[in-house]
Design a binder for this molecule. Structure first.
Ligand SMILES: Nc1ncnc2c1ncn2[C@@H]1O[C@H](COP(=O)(O)OP(=O)(O)OP(=O)(O)O)[C@@H](O)[C@H]1O
Ligand SMILES: [Mg+2]
Length: 217
């Protein structure tokens, strides 16, 4: 999957966690602009995180399709979806989940094990991303030895290490002060300007002011 111009869209999607339960999205169709940052906003419980899981191919919509480059990826086999997820999609969870047994640098490098770039080059790239996010000095710490806001920035470095063409970030500025939120947004904007499709779930007014597009649920 090429980084430049990857096209992400949803067509008429609906999702419910339980069969016959409340349906989220109500037949949403949307094309996410390439080379830009789209914020998904809306009240708590409206389905922002769930939409990112659907876009990230972790949940399958009950109706409608997720399309990447015109292919109905949500209808593909588990194995195909896992491959697309591993190589083409970077995901930042709402609560950064980092393996407590590894160093920060190893946490960031881990998704790159199978990307064919090589261990040394991946580690170099990981250190660069950590430095860009102002947590370079924490590379050799364990996740238990860093703050919540630092862990969130480490999770963003981890999501970018494979140069995914699609980046999905769930409340990436949720634990951050204004200065660090600016750093995170600058990193995600730079990722978008390089041709990626970036989608952020947020209700942070500062983020909503800074992004290219807003999709209100
Ligand atoms: N694993 C689950 N099983 C059943 N229902 C769930 C599950 N996860 C979320 N929900 C429900 O689905 C709805 C959407 O949840 P979601 O987490 O996507 O909302 P959100 O917009 O991200 O909210 P927030 O702003 O609080 O993060 C909510 O009503 C929630 O209770
Ligand atoms: Mg959420």
């Amino acid at each position: 999957m090429s980084v430049v111009g990857t096209h992400l869209a949803v067509s008429d999607i609906g999702f419910s966690y339980r069969r016959g339960g409340e349906e989220l999205f109500g037949g949403l169709s949307h094309e996410f602009a390439t080379a830009s940052v789209t914020a998904v906003t809306g009240p708590s419980g409206r389905g922002k995180s769930t939409l990112l899981y659907v876009l990230g191919l972790m949940l399958t919509p009950r109706r409608g399709t997720v399309m990447i480059d015109g292919r109905p990826v949500s209808l593909m086999s588990d194995a195909s979806r896992s491959g697309i997820r591993a190589n083409g999609i970077g995901f930042v969870f709402q609560d950064a989940v980092l393996d407590p047994a590894r160093t920060v640098l190893d946490c960031v490098t881990e998704p790159g094990v199978y990307n064919g770039r090589g261990r040394g080059a991946t580690r170099h790239h990981a250190r660069q991303l950590l430095a860009d996010l102002d947590v370079g000095l924490r590379a050799d710490h364990r996740p238990g030895e860093i703050s919540g806001g630092q862990a969130q920035r480490v999770a963003i470095a981890r999501a970018l290490v494979n140069d995914p063409s699609i980046v999905l970030a769930d409340e990436p500025t949720g634990n951050l002060d204004h200065g660090n939120a600016t750093t995170v947004l600058a990193t995600l904007s730079a990722a978008a300007k390089a041709g990626r499709t970036v989608v952020i779930a947020t209700h942070d007014p500062f983020v909503l002011e800074s992004v290219d597009h807003v999709l209100a649920l």
